[in-house]
Design a protein around this ligand. Structure first.
Ligand SMILES: Cc1cc2nc3c(=O)[nH]c(=O)nc-3n(C[C@H](O)[C@H](O)[C@H](O)COP(=O)(O)OP(=O)(O)OC[C@H]3O[C@@H](n4cnc5c(N)ncnc54)[C@H](O)[C@@H]3O)c2cc1C
Length: 307
């Protein structure tokens, strides 16, 4: 497997800037995220405060970013990162497109909307997870529920069905019916059973952070009836994953909830792992993201060169 010098996660201004700064210093860069760039770039009707480009439309800023990537021959690999594992000398990235490796990683994943389902955070790590393929072996012969918010979740559901006794799959996006016609037809008889409805709550036992355990997922079926699916594990497969769940052991900023703690060189508490942009805290602005991406990209280069 190819090991890149630098993996950059996110195609917003922070990630793009980090990738550009790695590439112009001759590092091999794996840029991961949405091919059409961060949706937030195009959402700004007019940007008043981007240096040198007064009153530029967000969509035009996006086009300029794309031209910059093209000029440097930087390609985007479209994938959602489910987990980043620091393995000493390098990082292993579990993505919707398979496992990838890099010597350094820059996280530029923006702000994740912190809308979670009741019980999701309470049981996180105690039966609730965001990466079915990472934890799959733990659920061999057991029952799991997978809440798929993205098409890629279908692959995880099928993988899990090879191991688990039962997989309830709750799709929350359009277009799954055709791809999963066989499973839909099998109904309750299949190992992989599709449950059409709205997931409402993770239920479980009480206890402290070590002893409490998720035991069921409450779902409102299409006919309005609420059912509790008894399971040993529940996975949420989302297009965005909170940074704390992305990297085990990543230190967060105690004074800014949800922000990754970094120093002035954009280093996190994990050697070789850097973060930039909205994910490191306020202000949420393009120029701050691009500037931090530059620092993170250059710091990653310096880290590689020192090794
Ligand atoms: C409507 C609107 C108007 C705005 N107007 C302005 C303005 O006028 N001026 C200004 O300075 N700022 C403005 N902003 C703020 C600006 O958009 C953000 O500050 C900026 O986009 C942050 O850049 P970023 O690279 O940190 O993150 P983002 O742009 O949020 O990019 C993060 C990227 O990471 C990807 N990602 C997340 N998780 C994963 C994962 N697990 N795997 C793979 N990819 C992942 C996301 O899909 C996304 O592509 C505006 C924002 C909005 C919503």
């Amino acid at each position: 497997m190819k090991r890149y010098d630098m993996a950059v996660i996110g195609t917003g201004p922070a990630g793009l800037s980090a990738a550009i700064n790695g590439k112009i210093r001759n590092k091999s860069v794996l840029l991961l995220g949405e091919k059409d760039l961060s949706r937030k770039i195009g959402m700004a009707p007019v940007v008043e405060n981007y240096l040198g480009l007064p009153k530029i439309k967000g969509s035009d800023l996006g086009k300029a970013f794309e031209r910059h990537l093209e000029a440097l021959d930087i390609e985007i690999t479209e994938a959602v990162i489910k987990q980043i594992l620091p393995l000493g000398d390098y990082f292993s990235l579990d993505t919707t497109e398979g496992v990838m490796e890099a010597s350094t990683v820059v996280i530029g994943t923006g702000v994740v909307p912190n809308k979670t389902m009741p019980g999701e955070e309470k049981y996180l790590g105690n039966g609730v997870g965001y990466c079915a393929t990472c934890d799959g072996p733990l659920y061999r012969g057991r029952k799991v529920a997978i809440i798929g918010e993205i098409e890629e979740a279908e692959r995880d559901a099928r993988y899990m069905a090879e191991l688990a006794e039962k997989v309830y799959y709750i799709p929350g996006y359009d277009g799954w019916e055709e791809r999963m016609a066989e499973e839909k037809a099998a109904g309750q008889d299949g190992v992989l059973e599709i449950v059409e409805g709205k997931p409402l709550e993770v239920e479980g036992t009480e206890g402290d952070e070590f002893t409490r355990r998720a035991t069921a997922l409450k779902v409102q079926q299409e006919d309005g009836v609420e059912v509790s699916l008894e399971v040993d594990g529940i996975f949420f497969l989302k297009s965005m994953i909170p940074a704390t769940s992305l990297v085990p052991g990543l230190q967060m900023d105690e004074e800014d909830a949800g922000a990754i703690k970094v120093d002035r060189g954009m280093s996190t508490n994990i050697p070789g792992l850097f973060a930039a942009g909205d994910c490191t805290g306020r202000p949420y602005q393009y120029m701050k993201a691009a500037g931090e991406g530059l620092i993170a990209g250059q710091a990653a280069v310096a880290y590689i060169d020192k090794k």
